[in-house]
Write a protein that binds this ligand. Structure first.
Ligand code: FES
Length: 573
């Protein structure tokens, strides 16, 4: 049903005949707008996470103008609202620490201002879930414009992938296999344009997930940032959001248990980032959908990995786009999806992928030739992770799928950094490296420390993978036999806190098991001796985070932000 101008939310600010509305209109005129520019028109917020310290979003100033162009064309009134830019590269201790802050900001920006709908400009890892979480909670018509992946990296004619090749060449440098000059050349060539990491890391995974949830225009998540199609996409977002406002099409009209299952399926078929698990759980929580970790495992077991993209496979996002992009991949698995789900186009997912074709079968593999028969991620349980842990089985050495080895324990990141390369460290390829105090509260913010470096003395012997366990996350561009997100975390007294050097640990990915193989009584005695650390924060945002963030298996959202309980609209006087 089409809404009328007087039914617009912004009408409460601009349409009334009182003194307050006079103030709102006169100040719009102060900004140079005539009544004809805004009166009776949908006000569209362009929420922009541009920043000078976010290289992935460098093009967002231009893209915001392109969105505005589309909004004007469609008869809306665009207003750009800057929001916290979670630049993955520079923010410490971790952008994850601030994801919920951006989610709160987006929700409250939309609530407190005279806006009827929003185009959300994000892309660098945590900006994606944060913006979706905030917009879902506010539930105004909204659509997401992903930043798009950067161009392929280049090093002497070889293709370089974000993150993955940094880790790879860093290991080669530490092993003495390349020179400092070679390493500097890699630095020059690995990030060649604006846009997000172009491997199937967290940014690429989350953009795809948001597209399949139905919150972007079709095909949006695969378009490289520097391609002129991306500018045209921005313009199209501007035009579409105005229609969405008139139709009152909101995020929670689109999001459902089925659409979240679709998102999990696609994350698996892509070999997506482990980070997607935490974010999807949190995003679902904002839409009132319960998404337990076990559901990821069920879906992973039935979903083939079809995207031959790094770090699980060979290619990069630019290749994926030329091969047909996400629409083409979805066209390979309609039987594994609920293609009747609604989307921001006003049409079903089925309509959005109609006619999609795969143009390169080596990049998007056929069903009878998957990269792996199962999805990329597995959820593990056991006495070491009663709340669950995850592993990216598609990006690890197969020999570690079942492995028992003695623990080499680091009490925190600094301890690990100080000792990992110590020639006297008692470690072998069979050891299991354990990092404690790197979880949601221990990190804090669950930094991406989960791909612990291989000790130098093992690197020099040619070792490139070994089993590692932590309550941290790892970058979606990372790889290796890394058990992550152990819940509950060690900082709050989860069993990881009680592991000691030499304890045998069993990892059995096929059986989904993670076990500390010591007698129950010994474990109980260590638990009884454990003392909680003193509070790390006594004021500020850190204290809010420490008091309110849930554990990894619940998505690390703030407990007071979960759910769909209504929040009152602001009074306007
Ligand atoms: Fe921004 Fe990877 S650093 S997406």
């Amino acid at each position: 049903m089409q809404r009328k101008p007087e039914q617009l939310r912004s009408h409460r600010w601009f349409g009334a005949g009182d003194l307050r509305a006079f103030g709102h209109r006169s100040r719009a005129k102060q900004m140079g707008y005539a009544a004809a520019d805004f009166a009776g028109k949908p006000v569209i917020a362009i929420v922009n996470t541009w920043s000078d310290l976010n290289p992935c979003h460098m093009h967002f100033r231009t893209r915001a103008e392109e969105v505005k162009r589309g909004v004007w064309q469609a008869g809306g009134f665009p207003v750009e609202l800057p929001a916290l830019s979670l630049g993955e590269t520079y923010m410490k201790p971790s952008t994850m620490f601030y994801r919920n802050l951006l989610a709160m900001e987006v929700e409250e920006l939309l609530r407190s201002n005279p806006v009827d709908g929003a185009v959300l400009l994000g892309g660098c890892d945590k900006t994606v879930p944060a913006m979706i979480m905030g917009a879902t909670s506010m539930n105004l018509p909204a659509l997401f414009l992903p930043a798009g992946p950067m161009l392929r990296g280049n090093y002497r004619g070889d293709v370089l992938g974000s993150g993955s090749d940094s880790w790879k060449y860093w290991a080669e440098l530490r092993a003495g296999a390349i020179t400092q000059a070679d390493w500097e050349e890699v630095e020059e060539g690995i990030a060649r344009s604006f846009g997000t990491c172009m491997t199937m890391g967290t940014a690429s995974t989350m953009a795809a997930v948001v597209e399949v949830l139905g919150l972007t225009l079709p095909g949006a998540s695969s378009i490289p940032a520097a391609d002129s199609s991306h500018a045209r996409l921005a313009d199209a977002c501007g035009r579409r959001i105005v229609d969405m406002v008139w139709a009152d099409l909101k995020p929670r009209d689109v999001l459902s248990a089925a659409s979240f299952d679709n998102a999990v399926t696609v994350a698996m078929a892509l070999g997506g980032s482990t980070n997607a698990i935490i974010h999807l759980v949190a995003m679902a929580g904002r839409a009132g959908v319960d998404l337990p970790l076990a559901r990821f495992d069920e879906i992973s077991r039935r979903t083939p990995l079809l995207a031959n993209l790094r770090p699980s496979g060979k290619y990069l996002m630019e290749d994926f786009y030329y091969a047909g992009g996400l629409r083409a991949l979805l066209s390979r698995i309609p039987d594994l999806l609920d293609i009747g789900c609604h989307t921001v186009t006003g049409k079903s997912l089925a309509a959005n992928i109609d006619g999609a074709k795969v143009h390169n079968e080596d990049v998007i593999l056929p069903r009878n030739r998957p990269l792996k028969t199962e999805g990329g991620l597995a959820v593990l349980y056991g006495n070491l992770a009663p709340g669950g842990a995850v592993i990216k089985q598609s990006a690890m050495e197969e020999k570690f799928l079942k492995h028992t080895g003695p623990a080499v324990v680091f009490r925190d990141y600094n301890d690990m950094a100080a000792r990992i390369d110590d020639p006297k460290l008692d470690v072998s390829e069979k050891s299991v490296l354990v990092l404690k105090n790197a979880g949601p509260l221990g990190g804090p913010g669950m930094p991406e420390w989960g791909m612990l470096p291989i000790p130098k003395k093992l690197l020099q012997k040619g070792v490139r993978d070994m089993v590692r366990i932590s309550d941290a996350r790892m970058s979606g561009t990372s790889y290796g036999s890394c058990v992550l997100h152990v819940a509950p975390e060690s900082y709050v007294g989860g069993p990881l806190a009680f592991v000691e050097d030499g304890d045998p640990i069993l990892l059995d990915v096929r059986a989904r098991k993670l076990e500390l193989q010591i007698p129950k009584e010994k474990l109980a005695a260590r638990r009884a001796k454990w003392k909680a650390p003193p509070p790390r924060f006594v004021r500020g945002y850190g204290m809010l985070f420490a008091n309110s963030a849930s554990q990894a298996d619940r998505g690390c959202d703030f407990n007071f932000l979960e759910g769909t309980a209504p929040t009152a609209e602001p009074e306007i006087h």
